[in-house]
Design a binder for this molecule. Structure first.
Ligand code: AHR
Length: 484
């Protein structure tokens, strides 16, 4: 099929928020403990307990913010358990995730230290399911109050004089399910109540996020917008890509061809869900002031053999890379409404960027997509139109006098050539990268960490505003082109 895309270089009204590239790190399995936190006495190189190999890798993909401490864990988290001398902190049971002992060594101070090391913003998820209004109010006071107050004084006693900035705050998580099994009307009222006490101190301006729908629960969105719309800045949405039914998690490697496509098809539903939820939101918020915050997305596959099923540790292949690129493209197309997204999860859990084993760490194919896509962060989405083959997806943005073009061929058999007409583009200086593999379940292991990795790419022609890119099957390419 001849694919020619017309690129409208001067039509670029919508900004792709960098926050679409957000990460999610829950107290789940080895996501925080081992993945991020090794403790100050560890032999693994660390900065006040936070492992440095992980920090370095994450800085390279320019992580803009991290959502913490959950997930389901958030609605059981009592933040006061996680402050003060570590040896005195309460040891609790992580009831949602493998009944693991949670020693609370990673708490509020450690989280903000991680953010400092990454240069990232905070998205903290508060507890509505099993926490009180007072507890939430005090956490905000502890983190952000500058002067003298009981909670600010406690923070100072624990070694931190200055308040931190809390950019984003979630009022509960999945309150339709594990966060309290609430009806939307009830939760919407609770949302109004709790958020009243999430106050702005010290010129801090907190972006408040209400718990949004599960997948295609449109009534939830309708009720939330109707009852609580004016009190929120964002409404969350969760959708995971599955290769079969929810109850039947399919393997991350060694899967049949049909599951290559069923997983991708499930990921593509994201577009439909965003479109439909956004249409409901338009009724109450035509200005698109309230963001749709996709704060959990990614592939949910079977856990690796001999690992705790409650730890959600899965391998990550070139198929996950296809899904990362396709989903980020969807977010770009909806950037007027999708103001933030958080892939689940950052390390060792679900569709992770990094996997660790003791002192070893590997980058997953998904990591490389985030690396190749970082040029789109805070860039202007460039409009384009034209037909593509059913296996091709793409996105284009511009920033700092550079045009970033990312193209994906998620077919299994054929090479695809995609042509772009970019009138107004005179220069031809460019750089390119590709991520591809021969096997459909190609992945990295601790023995072979560079099996799937980004490489320089030159199989394209660019002359006088005409770009032609040839992609092998199972590949994603990013080109960065000088605009003048
Ligand atoms: O990401 C894993 C879990 O998935 C989260 O804790 C929860 O919010 C969702 O159901």
């Amino acid at each position: 099929k001849n694919m020619t895309i017309e690129v409208l270089l001067n039509k670029s009204e919508t900004k792709i928020s960098k926050y679409i590239y957000g990460q999610f790190a829950e107290h789940l399995g080895r996501g925080i403990y081992e993945g991020v936190w090794v403790g100050e006495d560890s032999e693994i190189p660390n900065d006040k307990g936070i492992r440095l190999d992980v920090v370095e890798a994450l800085k390279n993909i320019q992580v803009p913010l991290v959502r913490w401490p959950g997930g389901l864990f958030a609605d059981e988290y009592h933040w006061k358990d996680g402050i003060g001398p570590r040896e005195d902190r309460k040891r609790i049971v992580n009831t949602n995730w493998g009944a693991a002992v949670e020693n609370n060594h990673f708490g509020t101070h450690e989280f903000f230290h991680l953010l400092d090391l990454l240069g990232a913003d905070s998205y903290i998820n508060g507890n509505v399911g099993s926490g009180t209004v007072q507890e939430m109010q005090e956490w905000i006071e502890y983190m952000t109050f500058p002067g003298e107050s009981p909670m600010a004084n406690l923070r100072k006693e624990n070694g931190r004089d200055n308040p931190w900035d809390v950019e984003f705050f979630g009022i509960g998580n999945e309150n339709w399910g594990g966060g309290g099994h609430m009806r939307p009307e009830y939760y919407a009222d609770l949302y109004r109540h709790y958020q009243t006490y999430v106050k702005n101190y010290n010129n801090n301006s907190i972006y408040k996020i209400a718990c949004g729908p599960n997948i295609d629960d449109y009534n939830w969105t309708e009720q939330l917008m109707k009852i609580a719309g004016p009190f929120m800045d964002g409404l969350s949405l969760h959708h995971y890509a599955l290769a079969a039914e929810w109850e039947d998690k399919r393997p991350a490697t060694g899967f049949p061809e049909e599951e290559w496509f069923s997983l991708i098809e499930s990921a593509y539903l994201m577009d439909e869900f965003i479109t439909k939820h956004s249409t409901i939101m338009d009724k109450y918020d035509p200005e698109k002031r309230v963001g749709l915050i996709v704060d959990e997305w990614g592939t949910w596959l079977a856990v690796e053999e001999d690992t705790n099923p409650g730890f959600l540790y899965q391998q990550n292949t070139i198929r996950d890379a296809m899904i990362a690129s396709i989903t980020l493209n969807i977010f770009h197309r909806h950037a007027d409404r999708v103001h933030m997204a958080n892939i689940a999860q950052m390390i060792n859990v679900l569709q992770a960027m990094l996997l660790t084993d003791g002192e070893k760490m590997i980058k997953t194919p998904t990591y490389h997509v985030f690396d190749m896509y970082k040029y789109h962060q805070d860039a202007q989405l460039v409009e384009a139109y034209g037909d593509t083959s059913e296996f091709v997806d793409y996105t284009i943005s511009k920033k700092d006098n550079k045009l970033a073009v990312s193209v994906t061929n998620f077919g299994l058999e054929n090479e695809e050539t995609v042509k772009f007409n970019i009138s107004g583009l005179n220069k031809a200086n460019s750089e390119g990268w590709i991520l591809t593999a021969d096997q459909m379940d190609a992945h990295n292991t601790f023995e072979d960490p560079e099996n799937v990795t980004k490489k320089g790419f030159s199989d394209f022609e660019l002359e006088k505003g005409k770009l032609s890119v040839t992609l092998p099957p199972k590949s994603v390419v990013t080109l960065l082109i000088d605009l003048d």
